[in-house]
Design a protein around this ligand. Structure first.
Ligand code: TYM
Length: 332
């Protein structure tokens, strides 16, 4: 059976983009693959985190993955720092990846901003750790949103470079599995910016734990333009905020954008937003409730993560040991 690996950072509240772009696909793929899903706390500290908040966010992400439909009895769910092989393999890969490859990473440029010299070294080598996450399990498929595509390409480059450096066919070249329909959900305040858990404005996103009132309020306040909805996808393409709301609607009810547009063409945003809010509450409401319920049982969540970490380690340990041997380290 093919093996999936994917991860989410515990660096804030889970938002609709995480659900539609990642978690929902994980749930859909879980019966066809061996699945490993990781709360990537080592990645989260590449930007400063409050330790208490990160501990809570780690449990929240785990709760979100489970409430989003991933079965913890058949899938491995764990937090990254419990499996030391991730960091160990990342070091080997730091000595395979080239500066030039990392210099091209757009996410580093965005996150480091203007003060590059002030950024943590970890933020720069972050994609190398991401490659180690995937390859420590020899995963073949990586379901992610569009923003992670470049990182998965780098992972393939690292796997290939390792294999050719040591003249061995050891690591597979994993494929990014990007669902077109919700590959990139944008901010509710700016249709050109990605919806993100780290955006300072809470009105820019729908959190997975938002109740019906908050969801309706955020959709009502979402930025729009003054024109009625168009009747063609080409016209929609020129209007980022309208495009984003249609994308969200279509993704939530799993219809094509074309069919949603034909239903609402010519209508104003007032009407459309009311339907969208109803739909979002219907789909996200029960998931948010289940997440809240699970978060009331932190011991249960911790025990799922511990159990998952033990199972993950059973897979990663022999693979990383073999990689160390290939590199030329003496066996203990
Ligand atoms: P992170 O925590 O930013 O996001 C987790 C997943 O959610 C997707 N996503 C979105 N999809 C559509 N629209 C959006 N607005 C949106 N926002 C987030 C992301 O594409 C991602 O799939 N580096 C990764 C975590 C990671 C990882 C890995 C992923 C670490 N190691 C190994 C895959 C394999 C990240 O920061 O995701």
């Amino acid at each position: 059976m093919k093996r999936i690996f994917s991860g989410i950072q515990p660096s804030g509240s889970l938002q609709l983009g995480n659900y539609l772009g990642a978690i929902r696909n994980w749930a859909k793929m879980q019966n066809d693959y061996e699945c490993i899903f990781c709360v990537v706390d080592l990645h989260a500290i590449t930007l400063p985190q409050d330790p208490l908040a990160m501990r809570a966010a780690t449990r929240e992400v785990a709760a979100g993955v489970i409430a989003g439909g991933v079965n913890p009895e058949t899938c491995i769910i764990f937090n990254q720092s419990q499996v030391p092989e991730h960091a160990e393999l990342a070091w080997l890969f730091n000595c395979v990846a080239r500066l030039g490859w990392l210099n091209r990473m757009t996410q580093f440029k965005e996150k480091a901003g203007k003060d590059r010299d002030g950024a943590f070294v970890g933020l720069y080598t972050y994609p190398v750790l991401q490659a180690a996450d995937i390859l420590a399990y020899k995963a073949t498929d990586v379901p992610v949103g569009e923003d992670q595509k470049q990182h998965i390409e780098l992972c393939r480059d690292i796997a290939q470079a390792f294999n050719s450096m040591f003249e061995i066919d050891f690591f597979p070249l994993p494929e990014a599995r990007i669902q077109k329909a919700a590959a990139r959900i944008m901010s509710l305040r700016d249709g050109r910016k990605k919806m993100s858990k780290s955006d300072p404005s809470d009105y820019s996103r729908i959190n997975m734990t938002d109740g019906p009132d908050a969801i309706a309020q955020k959709i009502k306040k979402a930025k729009t333009d003054p024109y009625p909805l168009p009747d063609s996808l080409d016209e929609l393409d020129q209007r980022p905020e309208a495009q984003n709301l249609i994308t969200i609607f279509a993704a939530l009810c799993e219809r094509s954008e074309e069919s949603v547009l034909s239903e609402f063409a010519g209508k104003g945003f007032g009407d459309f937003k009311r339907y969208l809010a109803e739909l979002a509450v219907e789909i996200m409401g029960p998931i948010g409730k289940e997440m809240q319920r699970l978060m009331n049982y932190p011991d249960e969540v911790d025990s799922i993560l511990n159990h998952g970490a033990n199972k993950a380690r059973e897979i990663a340990k022999p693979i990383v040991s073999e990689a160390k041997e290939i590199v030329g380290f003496l066996k203990p």
